[in-house]
Design a protein around this ligand. Structure first.
Ligand code: PLP
Length: 375
């Protein structure tokens, strides 16, 4: 059996090696390392794939969030609502811009931001909501868009974990995650569903005016060369990364199918195991399984983790600490008891190896290791 890894990027590369190597070589020979033709083509190809008007690439997914909030012109003290159970980047950029993070609990099935909690958290100072499409499944965007409309709020979708996922509206309309809010962001970190070979990110919008501002902010606030109209940042996707992503983008749907099939296999292997809750599949969204995350319901998650470590079976705990308890982001308004679902999830979740190269034999070995401990 091949060595089991959380993410197997080597084997994925082997299948693409000639094309990737050639495309990287082409960039080096052209010496157009920054904003070369591959960057422009990638932006267009991503816009076509997602069916969104504008794609602005940038340095990473965290920058994408920060630049989005800058482009919306939010002022210090403005309140931004996001989920308590997610990767820290989302709340970090809110703090970095001196905005006020308002954390709300998540839904126990989807682990995504709880719409009812969002409603309760809105105040006259609320300016934006950042739903995260966590682990590859869309947050419930339709009611959030309604709330945003009623209260005149922006929606920034953090789509770092769900690129390629579809969301179905109640009228049957289908849209890609990241394209439904005011702005969407993603990350091309190597282990993401669409990953490059270093850091990378992108921002999506259908709004022409915002697209113009975003393009200025990523480039030192320059709208005309050497005329700086506002304080921006320097955040670029380099051409080599764009060349890698252009090779992988046409495979994204197939990659996501492969992840879903691997998830089906895990579901089957754990189907009769009462101690675990399988990942919920929201009928409104196609799950692209950035993570395959079980809940261990018998209180033995940490003991299971120890057991897997001893057996050499990789796993991840995403995420072990709720954002409301992180020192860096603490606000007096965060009350531990207000986050019962997140508080439960941080004790119960465990993510198993999930990538495009998983083999049945590996999954059986992983599931066998988990089951042997639990049963
Ligand atoms: C990975 C990730 C980010 C940050 O992306 P980077 O490219 O690592 O900066 C932001 N939000 C979520 C939900 C992520 O998973």
């Amino acid at each position: 059996m091949k060595k089991i890894q959380m993410v197997d990027l080597q084997t994925q590369y082997e299948a693409l090696r000639p094309e990737i190597d050639q495309n990287i070589q082409n960039v080096i020979q052209s010496a157009r390392f920054i904003n070369g033709p591959d960057v422009k083509s990638l932006q267009q190809e991503l816009a076509d794939y997602l069916d969104v008007k504008h794609v602005i690439t940038c340095g990473n997914g965290t920058d994408a969030l920060q630049i989005s909030l800058m482009a919306l012109g939010l002022k210090p003290g403005d309140e931004v609502i996001t989920a308590d159970f997610t990767f820290a980047a989302t709340v970090e950029v809110i703090g970095l811009l001196n905005l006020k993070p308002v954390l709300v609990d998540v839904h126990p099935d989807t682990f995504n931001i709880d719409v009812e909690q969002v409603k309760k958290a809105i105040t006259p100072k609320t300016k934006a909501i950042i739903p995260v499409h966590l682990f590859g499944q869309a947050a419930d965007i339709e009611p959030l868009l309604q709330i945003a409309e009623e209260h005149n709020l922006y929606i920034v979708e953090d789509n770092a974990q769900a690129i390629g996922s579809d969301y179905r509206f109640s009228d049957g309309r289908i849209a890609k995650t990241g394209t439904m809010g005011t702005i969407g962001t993603t990350s091309f970190f190597p282990s993401k569903n669409l990953g490059c070979y270093g850091d990378g990110g992108a921002i999506f919008t259908n709004d022409d005016h915002l697209a113009h501002r975003l393009r200025g902010i990523v480039n030192h606030g320059m709208y005309k060369r050497y005329y700086h109209d506002e304080i921006g940042v320097n955040s670029r996707l380099d051409s080599i990364q764009a060349a890698v992503l252009r090779t992988k983008l046409p495979l994204l749907d197939r990659y996501n199918d492969t992840r879903r099939q691997a998830a089906d296999v895990y579901d089957r292997l754990f189907g009769d195991c009462e101690q675990v809750a399988l990942p919920y599949r929201d009928p409104k969204s196609t799950h692209v399984f950035h993570q395959y995350t079980l809940r261990i319901k018998n209180g033995k998650r940490d003991a299971l983790a120890e057991h897997l470590k001893e057996k050499g079976i990789p796993f991840g705990i995403y995420y072990p600490v709720p954002l409301h308890l992180q020192k860096a982001y603490f606000q007096d308004s965060f009350v531990h008891e207000n986050y019962p679902v997140t508080n439960m999830l941080v004790e119960e979740v465990i993510s198993l190896p999930m990538h495009t190269e998983l083999e049945l034999e590996q999954q059986e070995y992983i599931a066998g290791g988990v089951r042997k401990f639990l049963l």
